[in-house]
Design a protein around this ligand. Structure first.
Ligand code: PEP
Ligand code: MN
Length: 286
């Protein structure tokens, strides 16, 4: 479908499309599929990405990796370099965290996703399967150009106060350098309301589906910030056409080094994964 031709398209939307060369649906009508190990994301392939906010120890990451794998997860997430709001909060295990993530990958076969915060750490990420660019770095253009030169998938999170135009132009920075393997992640935006950590913008999912061929995943954990709200938001994301979900899971949320309030336990995650499959079946047009 040419979004320009669809009824109800606004002047703003037309301008977004005109600004894009690589990620627009107009330039590339077919959905992009990003492949990582045995997992595929996009064009009907749905991926579940699960794991703790931060890698804390070998026992923690390997235990969670095994649990989410048993529940059908396709990729393991885990932060080693953490962008914390306060400089006095846990900043991540750094290189050691990446080493432990690799151990978890060896134990389970799950490809790993981890956040890169600065170009100086790039070398350490050689063995990381998917590089995450976090919300706070969505407009770090030097970093975007750098990951644009890599030959591996990049999971780009929407900035805390970014419009879809800005989000897509950031994806464009990566693609313009030659890297076509970009996965977009809607993770909530800042609004006037503070009853949740962020406001999950689910309308972004079908809208991005019109504007771009790139896969779109949803992170209900950082959007909600409250574990009990994660399942309903995850189910809604699956129902509105997301290509995957990224969910924080911790075996002992009360003792997590970061983001424990929004983490599901492995049992809660397994129950949710099952319901996500049922929602996807229910809404499938096939
Ligand atoms: C994260 O995924 O752990 C994270 C820090 O997310 P965001 O960049 O969306 O805040
Ligand atoms: Mn987190």
């Amino acid at each position: 479908m040419d979004p320009i031709a669809s009824p109800g398209i606004t002047e703003e939307t037309k301008q977004i499309i005109d600004a894009l060369r690589y990620c627009s649906r107009r330039e590339h009508p077919e959905d992009t599929v990003v492949r990582v190990g045995d997992a595929s994301i996009g064009r009907g392939h749905f991926a579940m990405i699960a794991g703790p906010c931060s890698v804390e120890s070998e026992e923690q990451i390997v235990g969670i990796a095994k649990a989410v794998k048993a529940a059908g997860a396709d990729l393991l997430r885990g932060g080693a370099f953490k962008p914390r709001t306060s400089p006095y909060d846990f900043q991540g295990l750094g290189a050691e965290g990446l080493r432990l993530l690799k151990t978890a990958r060896e134990e389970t076969g799950l490809p790993v996703v981890s956040e890169l915060m600065g170009v100086r750490e790039l070398e350490l990420f050689e063995d990381v399967d998917v590089i995450q660019i976090g919300a706070r770095n969505m407009q770090n253009y030097e970093l975007l150009k750098e990951v644009g030169r890599l030959k591996k998938p990049v999971l780009l999170k929407r900035g805390l106060a970014s419009t879809l135009r800005e989000f897509l132009l950031s994806a464009e920075y990566i693609m313009a350098e030659g890297n076509a393997q970009v996965i977009l992640c809607e993770r909530g935006i800042r609004t006037f309301d503070d009853h949740t950590r962020s406001t999950l913008d689910l309308s972004a999912v079908p809208m991005l589906g019109e504007l771009t061929h790139l896969p779109v995943v949803v992170d209900p954990s950082h959007a909600a910030g409250i574990a009990r709200l994660v399942p309903p938001m995850a189910l809604a994301a699956a129902a509105c056409g997301a290509d995957g979900l990224m969910i924080e899971v911790h075996s002992d949320p009360a003792r997590a080094f970061s983001d424990g309030e929004q983490a599901l336990t492995p049992a809660e995650y397994a129950a949710l994964a099952e319901r996500v499959s049922r929602v996807r079946e229910a809404v499938s047009s096939r």
